[in-house]
Structures are given as structure tokens and as C-alpha cells.
Design a protein around this ligand. Structure first.
Ligand SMILES: [Zn+2]
Length: 417
């Protein structure tokens, strides 16, 4: 339980909000959002600002080989594993001020709060900035945490290039964040990631905190269906080999499939392209992507099987050759029981309204969970909007999440007596 002697410590919400505003100036967009893509000049400036703040707070800074930044507040006993928290400072091209940034700066606020209160912990505390979480400039999301946790090799990450051919390694070097600390998980006692929900559930249910118990299973699939190009006028409907006819059959069936596994099932058709793309030609080729998600293994597997069956049946009915390919899959994550428990206790101690939930999006915490006891904390964001310049949270929401993070980290780091 929350020990009496530190149960009353609270973060400084106005300091946190002023730091969020200061960070948002780097890569600020006219519409009030941020364009601070990984390893750009703007990312460098944001990193430098963070490092300066951490220096001022008395932290020791390490930068690893993939540019992840670790700011450490020493513990009372040398040699103990750290309780870490963090997220990312990079944004989408038209991103907001809070996705990722909030989790990093709330971690710094935890350290400053403990400095102000003269509180010493047994285990050291660390705030981490993970490199290239967004994966928009360099096409691998959660890259820095993937390398650190062993899900991706350093060489593969270094070789990733943006559209202009600039590689991750060159850009790390250029902005001064190619560190020499090995990018491997050292002993971690517990890891927490505080993040905006990026969805509408907490706001709709008027809950202040989401206690995140895991991340849902997700995968992306490509469907290619081949037909025969034909003139839109003279060719009778019954004689066509039209891939869109198959699409018209399985599309409603797949929406139905999501509903059968509802309310958590998700199916999204984010890309649909017919060739040759001429208004008076029956398409000869159709390509589309399908994103499938569900928090429970059995339902997720059932959705995958159902998806494949329905697409094959529909194509078969029109005699159309087709290919199905899964090009990306992230298995679901169940977060560490003790970490989830620490968050629940913190929420109870603070008296916030809350609900348990599963994250619909991927986060650095997914990679961390493979190598360290990990969990996440969500706060609501206005309208559930994220990856959007209008992304917004209130000062009260910002402080509430940071207070939960503070008490959860203290619970795992233990007070030095
Ligand atoms: Zn994020």
C-alpha cells in the first residue's frame, strides 16, 4: 500500500504544463501542433532541451548506440536495478504536443517532485526518451525500444533510410546523439509508460485514469485480386472478371465479422486501389490492405481465420485469382501484474476514477514488456484525438496522470529509510 510518509507528495502540475508548452515550440506548426520527426534538427533541439532540464535536476545522462536517452536519479543503494519511465519526443508530420512527450516530461516531473520533497529512493529512477517511436520518417515504429529490447538489430536500424536516402546512423551522428552505451536492457526493476489514450473511451466514460493491462493483438494484411480489364460499355455484367465484385461481397462480411467479435474487434481497410484506375474500364487488378485487431487471442485468431475464409470464398465465387499476405504482425502483450497493481494502488490512493483497459495502439512499452516488468497508464485526451495537431489534454488531466506515475514509481522503487 501507499506508505503514509510519501502518500501526500504531489507533482507540480504548472511546471509540467509549462515544460510541455516549451517543448512544443520545437517544430511548432501554425495550427498549434508539432512537426518534430525523428532525428531532424527539431528533434535535436527538443532532445537538447530535455537533456538540459535533466542536468539541471541533477540527473546523470547516458545516450546509447541508437540514440535512446537515459536520465538517472541515483538511488540510496548503489547497484540496484532502476525503476524506469519514458516515452518519445518525436512526432508525426502533423502531430500533437502530447503523444509521447507527455510521458517523457511527466517522468522528469516525478524526479523534480522528489528533489523538491527531498525524498530518496532505494532503487534509482530513470526517464528514457526512446528514438523514433513514430516510424514516419524512418519506416519502423518503436525503433529505439525495439533495438534496446532485442526485437531489432542495431545494424538493421542504422540502415533505415528516409525518402532522401539519409540513414538513421548518419542522422544520429549529425544531430549529436550517436551514443556509445550498448543498446541492451540492463537490469530493470520496473518500467512504466504514461501516455494519452489516443482514443475516446476514458472521456466518454468520464474516467480520469486508464489502468492499462495489456496491448491488443494486431496485424496488417495485403490482398491482391486479379481480374480482366474490359470496356465498361459493351461488356455485360455477367461476363466480367471484376475484382470489385468480390470486394463488394466480402467487405460487408468483414465488417460483420468485426461486429461478431465486438465490441473489441477492429477491422480497417486503409488502402484500396483499383488498376488501371480509369472510370470506363473494368479493373484488372485490385489491391487493398486490412488491419485486424483484438485484445483476446482466441477472438483474434478467429477473426484472422474468418477474414481469410470470406475473402477466398468471395474471390472463388467469381473465379478470380488472388493473393493474401500478412505483412506485419504484433502479438498482444499482457503487462506485468505487479506493475499494474502498483498503478491501481496509486489510483486508489489518489481517489481518481479509473477503468482497466487494453491499448489499441502500439507503444514502446510493448517492446519493454518482453524484457522487463512493464505497464502503462493512460489519461483521456480531448475527443480521443491523436496524431492530430489539435491533440489536447487539460492541466488537471496532465497532473493526474503524473501523480499516478509518481506513486506507482515510488511503490516499485521503495523509500530509503
Ligand atoms: Zn506515442
Amino acid at each position: 500500500m501507499v506508505a503514509a510518509e510519501w502518500a501526500d507528495i504531489r507533482v507540480n502540475g504548472s511546471r509540467l504544463c509549462s515544460r510541455l508548452a516549451a517543448m512544443a515550440e520545437h517544430g511548432a506548426t501554425p495550427a498549434g501542433g508539432c512537426n518534430r520527426q525523428a532525428l531532424t534538427d527539431e528533434d535535436r533541439d527538443g532532445r537538447n532541451l530535455f537533456v538540459q532540464w535533466c542536468h539541471d535536476a541533477g540527473c546523470e545522462i547516458r545516450v546509447d548506440q541508437i540514440g535512446n536517452i537515459f536520465a538517472r536519479r541515483a538511488g540510496a543503494k548503489p547497484g540496484l536495478a532502476a525503476v524506469i519511465t519514458g516515452s518519445h519526443l518525436d512526432t508525426q508530420p502533423s502531430g500533437g504536443r502530447y503523444d509521447g512527450i507527455y510521458g517523457v516530461l511527466a517522468g522528469l516531473e516525478v524526479i523534480e517532485t522528489l528533489n523538491d520533497a527531498n525524498v530518496e529512493t532505494h532503487h534509482p529512477l530513470e526517464v528514457v526518451v526512446w528514438t523514433n517511436e513514430e516510424g514516419c520518417r524512418f519506416d519502423t515504429a518503436m525503433m529505439g525500444s525495439a533495438v534496446w529490447s532485442g526485437a531489432m538489430t542495431l545494424e538493421a536500424a542504422y540502415a533505415l533510410a528516409d525518402r532522401r536516402g539519409r540513414t538513421v546512423k548518419d542522422e544520429l551522428q549529425r544531430i549529436g546523439y550517436l551514443g556509445d552505451v550498448p543498446a541492451i536492457p540492463v537490469d530493470v526493476r520496473a518500467a512504466f509508460e504514461l501516455h494519452i489514450e489516443q482514443g475516446p473511451v476514458l472521456e466518454a466514460e468520464e474516467k480520469e485514469i486508464g489502468i492499462v493491462t495489456g496491448v491488443q493483438h494486431m496485424s496488417r494484411h495485403r490482398i491482391i485480386i486479379r481480374g480482366e480489364e474490359a470496356h465498361a460499355g459493351p461488356t455485360p455484367m455477367s461476363r466480367r472478371k471484376d475484382p470489385v465484385m468480390a470486394l463488394s461481397l466480402f467487405l460487408p462480411q468483414l465488417y460483420q465479422l468485426a461486429e461478431e467479435h465486438g465490441p473489441e474487434g477492429r477491422i480497417t481497410f486503409g488502402f484500396i486501389h483499383a488498376d488501371p484506375g480509369s472510370s470506363n474500364t473494368v479493373p484488372g487488378r485490385l489491391e487493398l490492405t486490412v488491419d485486424i485487431r483484438h485484445p483476446e487471442s482466441d477472438s483474434y485468431r478467429a477473426m484472422l481465420a474468418g477474414y481469410e475464409q470470406r475473402v477466398r470464398d468471395a474471390c472463388g465465387r467469381f473465379g478470380l485469382p488472388h493473393e493474401l499476405e500478412c505483412f506485419w504482425e504484433a502479438p498482444g502483450v499482457i503487462f506485468d501484474r505487479d506493475c499494474v497493481q502498483a498503478v491501481s494502488q496509486a489510483v486508489a490512493g489518489l481517489g481518481y476514477t479509473s477503468r482497466e483497459m487494453v491499448s489499441g495502439a502500439g507503444h514502446d512499452a510493448c517492446n519493454l514488456a518482453a524484457v522487463a516488468p512493464t505497464s502503462m497508464i493512460f489519461v483521456p485526451c480531448e475527443g480521443g484525438l491523436s496524431h492530430n495537431e489539435a491533440e489536447s489534454i487539460t492541466p488537471e488531466q496532465a497532473a493526474a496522470g503524473a501523480n499516478v506515475l509518481l506513486l506507482a514509481m515510488l511503490e516499485r522503487a521503495a523509500l530509503a529509510s
